[in-house]
Every structure is written in structure tokens, then in C-alpha cells.
Ligand binder design. Sequence first.
Ligand code: AP5
Length: 213
Amino acid sequence: MEATRLILLGPPGAGKGTQAATLVTRLGIPQISTGDLLRAARKAGTRLGKEAQLFMDAGRLVPDALVIMLVEERLNVEDAQDGYILDGFPRNVAQAEALETRSIKIERVVSLDVPDSVLVKRLSGRRVCRSCGASFHMDYRPTKTAGKCDICAGDTYQRADDHAGVISERLQTYKAQTQPLIDYYSTRGLLRAIQGNGSFEDVRQAINQALDL
Ligand code: AP5
């Protein structure tokens, strides 16, 4: 069977992580989030994690060499051999070219389009479980008990980069460095652009359609 290699592209808060989690269940392939990999490296206190922290806290991209190394390592893991959903990678043309250089054939790229004002609301209200990483929202997906994860009862917290100043920096970084990937993948005939500004369910259905599921 051909491996299914997908990319979810979109600005911070577009719903990449939320929708990737749904696709994992549907397709039985892992979600590979560079944001999650970097946060895990930070938590583990590795050299790479410490180096990445400065960039993440400032809302800037972590240097390509570090991220590409991390992704390469992850793609070699057994569970990724039948495919994967890349969430947050590539994030600039150099990273996309790194995939091509390694002859990694991407089947489809789904980009989520969401207005800035909605992104800011989504990011500033997001709460994440410290234990299992599940993502919630104060208004749109509240936990049943305030401050406690619905799945594992762990404590939820607000990511440091989900505060106002860093959010605007992240949005600028996206526009300057990641948005050009829309043309990059469009030129290669791989891009399916969808509206990410609907309900969780509307976006899920639009992604399924874009992937012919
Ligand atoms: P990363 O963790 O990847 O952050 P991001 O791309 O900014 O994406 P987010 O996780 O913030 O948003 P999302 O699109 O996944 O939205 P979510 O589903 O959570 O990266 C963090 C940092 O790491 C970067 O800034 C950078 O420094 C570094 N980094 C990562 N990858 C890198 C790379 N490749 N190269 C260099 N540096 C890299 O949804 C957000 C909220 O909205 C949630 O609360 C959710 O419940 C809610 N929500 C989602 N969908 C809906 C909906 N339809 N309706 C209402 N609410 C919704």
C-alpha cells in the first residue's frame, strides 16, 4: 500500500492540531507536530530544546537545521512508515525543499484559511493539558471542570506563546515565511485550500472532502 503523507498548513490557531487529531483516528497514521516535538525537547531539557525555547517564546521560527533534524528522526520511527500528517512542518520554503531533497513524496497539502481576528480569539482562549497535551478552548471547547483535562484530569494551562504580544509576532512570522508555501504547493498541484473559519464539524467535513475521504 502507498504511504499517505499529508501536510496541514495554516496560521497559528487555524485548527491544524485539532483537525490532525481527528485524521489520526480516521486514517490510522500519526500526527507529527513540530511544535509538540519542540515542546517535548524543552520539557526534557535537551540542548536542542533549550536552543529552541528562545525562538518559540519570541514567536519566531526555530532554525531550520534543528527542526529538520528533529523531523528526520521522527519520520524514521516505525509508526510513520505507512504515512503521517505533518502539522506545523514545513514552515518555510527551505523546509519544504528539505522534504523534496529527501525524496519524500507528499500526497496532498490542505491549507486552512482563517481571519486574523478569529485566530487571536482562538489562541488567547486555548488551554492545553499539561499531562496528555489535549487542547481545549475557554469558550469554544471548554473543559467540564475548570482547569482540568476532560481526558486524563491533568491540569490545563495557557501556552506562553498564546499571550497577546507573542500572538501578533507569530502571525507576522506566518505571513512572511509560511504563507509563501501556499503558492509553492499550489504550483506543484498538491494544494487544497479550505475555509477554516467554520465549526469544528464543518472544518472536519471540508478537510475530508479535500482529501477525498
Ligand atoms: P506550533 O505549536 O506548531 O504552533 P502554531 O503553528 O502556531 O499552531 P498552533 O498549535 O498554535 O495552532 P493550531 O493551528 O494547531 O490550532 P489548534 O488546533 O490548537 O509551534 C509553536 C512554535 O514552535 C512556533 O511559533 C515556532 O517557534 C516553533 N516551530 C514549530 N514548528 C516549527 C517549524 N517547522 N520550524 C520552525 N519553528 C517551528 O486550535 C487553536 C485553538 O482554537 C484551540 O483552543 C482549539 O480548541 C480552537 N479551535 C480549533 N478549531 C476551531 C474551530 N473550528 N472553531 C472554534 N475553535 C476552534
